[in-house]
Design a protein around this ligand. Structure first.
Ligand code: SF4
Length: 407
């Protein structure tokens, strides 16, 4: 059954700047992590007052902020979870994302009733009985396991109603039930469950025989090495309508560690795909897909959603490297009468060919960098990362535009 209300687009936000760009480039909601209690602790650069400010702003623009508290918590760290929930009651986000039954219990007892509870994908919900169980516990939304196919999701949706379903639609995938994998803890001391995974599953491996410690034997699947756990990145942009028809209310982009540029591009691509799907836009799908090729990514796959099984095509066998075709040069932080102030992220050179992008992909502009002046007003030919410069562009420029160049 096709529902009228629109599918929600959720983007990651590792700091205030990324959050602002996620909203500007089309996200309906963002998710952020609570330090030490979410799965992306390196990514989070939010103070409590930052989050409060962000929630106020989101309320004004009818957007939402969800806070991830989805780590599994050891007995000795449980006090942290209690303190976190008290802080969340002050911040009043729109929802918390949880997975540990202990934290869920705590949230049910202590969390302000106006804040919804979403069940993290870490809880691996894979069937309608599990959904019914969580519904009875007071969960409002379930982020389903990535192991499900869309046809299985459709079946679940037909059996249990009055609960929302969310899935991951784009980004890196973990071959384990992420967070429950001990590989990173064991090999590097960095716990996946605390968002510190070093991704050793993607490293190249060699075999050593005990008596010959200096001899490293290749364990090759191809000449390039072994990348046996090296999943491709998920990309479901072609299937937004099918996702909605399966009963999903929200789709989520993975990547709180990703750059502002990545978040903006992926968000605006999925925004167009959703708007296309609801007849609000008729933007060529070819261009939406091309946009997703312009961010750093591994090869794309649809995971389990379409074929329903782990097939040969889900893994990358020759390299764990990212494909990158564009460089992120900077963002427009102010528009003046005669120039735009650009915060430089990668070297910008006078006269080089660039592309300027904004929230609406229809208005992208290919042009060249005009005259540039540094902060003291001196003419320059090169601008270095971290500086703010005045640039003249021969095209219209808007606050929040992003400048990139093809490599
Ligand atoms: S090491 Fe790999 S499989 Fe394990 S949690 Fe990290 S990304 Fe997932």
């Amino acid at each position: 059954m096709y529902q009228k209300n629109k599918i929600e687009l959720l983007a990651p936000a590792g700091n205030r700047e990324k959050l602002k760009f996620a909203f500007l480039y089309g996200a309906d909601a963002v998710y952020i992590g609570f330090k030490d209690l979410s799965l992306r602790s390196y990514a989070e650069k939010f103070s409590i007052s930052d989050i409060k400010k962000s929630v106020d702003e989101a309320n004004k623009s009818e957007r939402k902020i969800y806070i991830a508290l989805n780590a599994y918590v050891e007995e000795n760290s449980f006090k942290k979870a209690e303190r976190a929930i008290d802080k969340i009651n002050e911040i009043k986000p729109h929802a918390v994302i949880v997975s540990d039954p202990g934290v869920i219990n705590l949230v049910l007892k202590r969390l302000d009733k106006g804040i919804s509870i979403h069940l993290s994908t870490q809880a691996n919900t894979l069937n309608s009985e599990a959904v019914s169980f969580w519904k009875k516990q007071g969960i409002k939304r379930i982020i389903l396991g990535r192991e499900l196919s869309l046809s299985e999701i459709k079946k679940i949706y037909s059996k249990v109603r009055d609960i929302e379903f969310e899935i991951f639609c784009h980004g890196a995938m973990c071959v384990s039930y992420s967070g429950r994998c001990l590989l990173s803890s064991f090999m590097t001391g960095r716990k996946a469950n605390k968002g510190k995974c070093a991704h050793p599953c993607r490293w190249k491996y060699r075999l050593i025989e005990e008596e010959r410690p200096r001899e490293h034997f290749a364990v090759d699947e191809t000449d390039e090495g072994t990348f046996i756990f090296n999943s491709k990145d998920l990309c479901m942009v072609d299937y937004v309508k099918k996702i909605r028809l399966a009963g999903i209310s929200a789709i989520k982009v993975e990547g709180r560690m990703k750059s502002l540029y990545y978040i903006a591009c992926v968000t605006r691509a999925y925004r167009k795909a959703i708007d296309n799907c609801y007849g609000k836009e008729n933007f060529p799908f070819r261009k939406i897909r091309e946009e997703l090729e312009k961010v750093s990514h591994r090869k794309y796959t649809t995971g389990f959603y379409i074929n329903g099984k782990n097939d040969y095509d889900m893994q990358e066998y020759s390299s764990s490297a990212y494909h990158r075709k564009y460089d992120f040069l900077g963002i427009v932080i102010k528009v003046k009468k005669d120039c735009a102030v650009v915060n430089v992220r990668n070297k910008i050179r006078k006269n080089e060919k660039i592309e300027i992008i904004g929230p609406d992909m229809k208005k992208d502009r290919v042009t060249r960098v005009g005259e540039m002046r540094d902060e003291k007003g001196v003419d320059i030919c090169d601008a270095n990362p971290g500086t703010n410069i005045c640039v003249k562009f021969p095209v219209n420029i808007f606050l929040g535009d992003i400048i990139r160049k093809e490599l």
